[in-house]
Write a protein that binds this ligand. Structure first.
Ligand code: SAM
Length: 275
């Protein structure tokens, strides 16, 4: 497993270069893409492909090559193979066939962005790309809004503004986020702040319409659930008698600016019963 740079070609380890020179074959997502890296480091080796289209078909062939005693290096277009990249089946089959899997450390956009986030990074969850389907994407963000760990997402520039709008709407306008574009590349741009401020900043800047993007979202703090003033519970209690708990939460959220999910959690914790 050989990680390759996520932009700056110098972000590769000596050991990775050494392995890419020594193995019998390099398995790559895209031959053209990998050739740029190999040429840069004067590496000459034979390339095989593994991508989302041929993964099922090719994996067994590559296991056979390994069983014949060859060494294979797996690389993707950028970063750590298998992290939102092809290769999972190959690794699984390798273990099933008692073939040794050797992971090399190296570039990964998720970890690189997290390391510069200034958000809690001892506990985090990696969610990859959100669904492209509107409703599913909303549901995912709703679920993540209760996550206490720091959240890492990959995002395309096409969906970035919409995703931040959803984060603002569902997680609250004050939720702290970091948006990192083109890390290690010429147009690297990292913005950190409350969701509403980040939305304003990037909506008015055409540079955010292209490039590769990683989003880091602050998790909720336990104490936030506890820190709803008593007055708010009283108001929800009064309104809920006229309508329902969910409508009461919606109204109070609009007036007082507490995110709906935080109010909902607080109510559940307080009354342990919601209609
Ligand atoms: N395997 C890769 C890794 O280890 O990071 C991730 C592959 S995934 C198909 C590609 C996504 O990673 C991009 O769409 C973007 O969300 C994120 N990404 C990759 N390179 C990046 C960079 N230089 N800056 C910010 N995000 C990046």
């Amino acid at each position: 497993m050989v990680p390759t740079p996520i932009g700056n070609l110098l972000d590769i380890t000596y050991r990775s270069i050494d392995i890419l020179k020594k193995v019998d074959y390099i398995i790559t997502e895209n031959k053209k893409h990998t050739s740029i890296l190999l040429n840069y480091f004067f590496i000459k080796n034979k390339l095989l492909t593994l991508n989302i289209i041929n993964e099922k078909k090719k994996t067994q062939d590559y296991i056979n090559i390994l069983k014949d005693g060859n060494n294979l290096a797996l690389v993707s277009n950028a970063g750590t193979p298998v992290i939102n990249d092809p290769g999972f089946l190959l690794i699984k089959y390798a273990y099933d066939n008692n073939i040794r899997v050797v992971p090399l450390p190296g570039s990964c956009a998720a970890i690189t962005a997290l390391s510069a986030s200034g958000l809690q990074s001892n506990k985090f969850c990696y969610e990859g790309f959100l669904s492209k389907k509107k409703q599913l994407c909303q549901n995912q963000i709703k679920k993540l809004s209760e996550e206490k760990r720091t959240i890492i997402l990959y995002e395309s520039p096409k969906r970035l503004i919409n995703t931040i709008k959803l984060i603002k709407k569902i997680m609250g306008k004050k939720r702290k986020i970091l948006v990192a574009k083109e890390i290690t590349k010429k147009w690297e741009n990292i913005q950190r702040g409350a969701a509403d401020k980040i939305l304003d900043k990037i909506s008015n800047d055409d540079n955010w319409k292209k490039g590769e993007i990683t989003i880091i979202i602050n998790g909720i703090k336990e104490k936030k659930i506890q820190s709803i003033p008593k007055k708010i519970f009283k108001i929800i209690n009064i309104i809920k008698k006229e309508t329902s708990v969910s409508s009461a939460i919606k109204i109070v959220s609009k007036i007082y600016g507490y995110p709906k999910n935080i109010l909902y959690n607080a109510i559940i914790n307080k009354f342990k019963k919601v209609d």
